[in-house]
Structure formats: C-alpha cells, structure tokens
Ligand binder design. Structure first.
Ligand SMILES: Nc1ncnc2c1ncn2[C@@H]1O[C@H](COP(=O)(O)OP(=O)(O)OP(=O)(O)O)[C@@H](O)[C@H]1O
Length: 217
C-alpha cells in the first residue's frame, strides 16, 4: 500500500524557488493500479522519483507498505530501491547485451547470490522466448519495451513505476504493451503507477489521477 500525505517538493534555481509538488495526498491499496495524467511540467516524473526513493520530499509523508521513506537511511533506501521496478519511455536497455542478458543484468547486480526464479514463465508471458539471443537493435519498439517490463518484473518488485512507457510506440503497440503490463502486475499483485499522456490507455487502470501544478485536480 502506498500512502502520501501533504507531500511538498520544491526546486531552487538561483533565487527562484519553484514548488513542484504541492500538498499532495494519495492512497493506493495493495495491488491497485494508478494512471497518472497531467500536462508537461505538472510534476508527474518528480512524483515517480520521490516514490522510487531517488529524490527526497521536503515535507510530508510517503509510506510504502508501512515503511516511511523519510526515515530510511542510505542503506535502507538502497534496499528499498531494489524492490522497485522502473520502466522508462526510452527503454534504457544495454545495446551490447542480448535480450536474455538485459533481462538478467539488474537482478545479477542487485541480488548476486540469489537464484533467478520465474524467468521462463516471464519471457513466455511476454512473448520473448524466441528473441532471447537477439541484440536490442534487432527488436521493434514494442519488443524492446517488453524486455524493459521483463527486467522490471524479474526482481519481484512491490511497486512498478512506469514513466510514459508507450511514449515511443504507435497506438496499437501502446495498447498491447499496457494491456500486458497491467495483466502481469495484477496477476502478481504488484502496485503499478504509470505516467501517460494518453487518456485512452487509462481504461486499463483501477484509478486515474490528474496532476496540475503539483497537486491532483
Ligand atoms: N533536474 C531538474 N532541475 C530543475 N528543474 C527540474 C528538474 N527536473 C524537473 N524540473 C522541473 O520540475 C517541473 C516538473 O517536472 P516533471 O519532470 O516532474 O514534469 P512532468 O509532469 O513529468 O513533465 P513531462 O510530461 O513533460 O515529462 C518542471 O517545471 C521541470 O522543469
């Protein structure tokens, strides 16, 4: 469960202080899926970065499954980040590695002494079985994003944060990717928070919130 209370975050540029997140409140139940809409610059990515433990809020409370992010030390934050799955618009895959190596890379880095569980099922569910030996540049955009999804899910995250994951895909592929992503997260009871500019894609989600000037409208 994700709970946000009176969250504020500002950025200072010289003498200008810009309030990016403005007394934001949010509650997402376990395994619920939230689509986040909002104009460019409304604070969507900033909110995802706070939830991912990548930047710290200046005031307010962010609690994930009962754990307060603000009271975590650096070591605890590192462990927390390992249980967050991130999916990006530009996939962020490693060009020199093949599909299988890309999917496994982060798991090996974060959990070097843990066996990999569920790899075959996951690549099967994502239709990547026949692509495991391919290099990233040999894949379509939709396939590359499915590799990004596999990589995020392999770590058995408690939350998946997806920042415009279909921003580089056409309409058909966008629907395919989001349908698959929401299905896989539901099946595994993972909270999904996805930023999108497409109102159509929000139909796959339990809840839709619109950010404007750092708070929900
Ligand atoms: N590293 C940074 N330094 C200074 N200002 C920043 C930085 N990152 C974001 N901002 C500013 O914070 C505000 C919110 O940015 P954010 O990326 O959260 O918006 P967004 O809603 O995700 O936008 P988009 O839909 O265009 O991706 C913007 O005004 C942006 O210019």
């Amino acid at each position: 469960m994700i709970e946000i209370k009176d969250l504020c975050f500002s950025r200072t540029d010289g003498s200008n202080k810009q309030r990016i997140i403005n007394n934001l409140n949010l509650s997402i139940d376990n395994s619920q899926q939230l689509a986040l809409l909002g104009d460019s610059g409304s604070g969507k990515t900033t909110l995802l970065h706070i939830l991912a433990g990548l930047i710290k809020a200046h005031s307010g409370v962010v609690s994930v499954n009962g754990h307060l992010l603000s009271s975590m030390n650096e070591h605890e934050l590192t462990l927390y980040r390992r249980k967050i799955g991130l999916i990006f618009q530009h996939y962020q895959l490693l060009e020199c590695l093949n599909v299988k190596q890309n999917i496994l890379f982060q798991h090996k880095l974060n959990f070097p002494h843990q066996d990999v569980e569920g790899f075959d099922t996951l690549v099967n569910e994502l239709g990547l079985d026949s692509k495991l030996d391919s290099l990233v540049h040999q894949l379509s955009g939709g396939e590359q994003q499915r590799v990004g999804i596999a990589r995020a899910l392999l770590n058995k995250p408690q939350i998946i944060l997806a920042d415009e994951p279909t921003g580089n895909l056409d309409q058909t592929r966008s629907h395919q990717v989001v349908k698959l992503l929401t299905q896989l997260c539901r099946r595994r009871k993972i909270n999904l928070v996805m930023v999108t500019h497409s109102e159509e894609l929000t139909s796959y989600f339990d809840e839709v919130k619109v950010l404007r000037d750092g708070c929900f409208v």
